[in-house]
Design a protein around this ligand. Structure first.
Ligand SMILES: NC(=O)c1ccc[n+]([C@@H]2O[C@H](COP(=O)([O-])OP(=O)(O)OC[C@H]3O[C@@H](n4cnc5c(N)ncnc54)[C@H](O)[C@@H]3O)[C@@H](O)[C@H]2O)c1
Length: 336
């Protein structure tokens, strides 16, 4: 029987590390964090403060408080205090591999060490670890404190028990852990997102559409459907009463048309400037923090709307609330 997870260790406190910190604090855990960049403590505190109103709207666990965040001055101090470690350092294989070697040397061997990597393989990350059995990937989505999806997978030397324990922990944090059964680069969700992103960059590069038009092409149509049914079930309905069979027969041949491009376009200065200029116009003077609060309000509204139908993120939200109310009644905590 493993001891309960009371303290989350966060290594790397940028966009994703801060999101993990906020989610864990809202679930009543303690968080101990470290980052090597100058001024990281102030940025982390500001990010958690910016997320907190959204987390209050969703509902806080007993004991949830920003005061449970402790910024420490070394990675070893994180490893010493943490019951579960989430690494969210920059996406560079060499950096992450040596970081995991150091975390592995400093953390108790029973502590799970997870990487937030968006696509690097856990087998590579654990290659220099003495206790590779406890390394998993737990790939979240931004904003981590609201979006429930976390893709979970182990490398060739990860134990099945570690994957199971990570999945249980993430579930206690109100998430939807999706077990990735085959270790592939990019996992599942980013493979899908990258395909869309690649096409989008081509369309901007070729001057076919602006960033605003391409965002409209998703927001008013496919994006609304994706929140509750995904692509496969949506296309099943697009085939009428005969479903996917008919859909494949009707639209399958179109897959052979040269509509899509497999190679990414060259990231020229012109393309980068078009993307930056287009999205600045769309932001219309709003800061990223202001946009984040708007995004959070919209996400909460969508999740709360989906709750009554018990689908997608709405179901995860309802399950987390049931746990939170149970915790209030029984006095237990997530990870306990
Ligand atoms: N941004 C996203 O949408 C997103 C989504 C899912 C997963 N991820 C993954 O999360 C990880 C972090 O991404 P991010 O977007 O938060 O990046 P980021 O640039 O916002 O943050 C990275 C942080 O790591 C710190 N850092 C630098 N060197 C370090 C070291 N040696 N040890 C520890 N920390 C170090 C930096 O100071 C910075 O604060 C990456 O692996 C990325 O692929 C990102």
């Amino acid at each position: 029987m493993q001891p309960p997870i009371r303290t989350l260790g966060v290594v790397g406190t940028g966009v994703i590390g801060a999101g993990w910190a906020a989610r864990a604090l809202a679930h009543g855990l303690r968080v101990v964090a470290w980052d090597p960049a100058p001024g990281w403590q102030a940025r982390l505190t500001a990010a958690v403060d910016n997320a907190w109103p959204a987390l209050e709207k969703v509902g806080l666990y007993r004991g949830a408080s920003v005061d449970r965040l402790r910024c420490v001055d070394s990675m070893d101090a994180v490893c010493e205090a943490a019951d579960f470690i989430q690494e969210s350092a920059p996406e560079q294989l060499a950096l992450k591999r040596s970081l995991h070697e150091r975390i592995d040397a400093a953390a108790r061997s029973s502590v799970i060490v997870a990487s937030s990597t968006s696509g690097l393989l856990p087998t590579e990350l654990q290659s220099r670890c003495r206790h590779p059995h406890r390394l998993v990937v737990g790939h979240p989505f931004n904003p981590v404190y609201l979006l429930p999806l976390v893709e979970v997978l182990g490398g060739t030397r990860t134990s099945a028990e570690s994957v199971t324990r990570a999945i249980a922990f993430y579930r206690d944090l109100g998430m939807h852990p999706l077990r990735v059964r085959t270790e592939i680069e990019g996992f599942l969700s980013d493979r899908l997102q990258e395909a869309l992103w690649r096409e989008l960059l081509h369309l901007v590069n070729d001057g076919v559409a602006t960033t605003e038009e391409l965002d409209a092409a998703i927001v008013y149509g496919p994006g609304l459907r994706w929140a509750f049914m995904g692509t496969c079930l949506t296309f099943h309905m697009a085939g009428g009463d005969a479903g996917m069979d008919h859909f494949m027969k009707q639209f399958g041949p179109a897959l052979k048309l040269p509509w899509t491009r497999l190679e990414a376009p060259e990231l020229t200065d012109t393309l980068v400037e078009r993307m930056a200029h287009g999205t600045r116009r769309q932001a219309a003077g709003r800061t990223v923090k202001e946009l984040e609060r708007l995004r959070d309000d919209c996400l909460i509204a969508i999740m709360q709307a989906l709750r009554q139908y018990e689908v997608g993120a709405g179901r995860t939200l309802a399950e987390d609330e049931a746990r939170r109310l149970g915790e209030k009644r029984n006095g237990t905590k997530p990870g306990g």
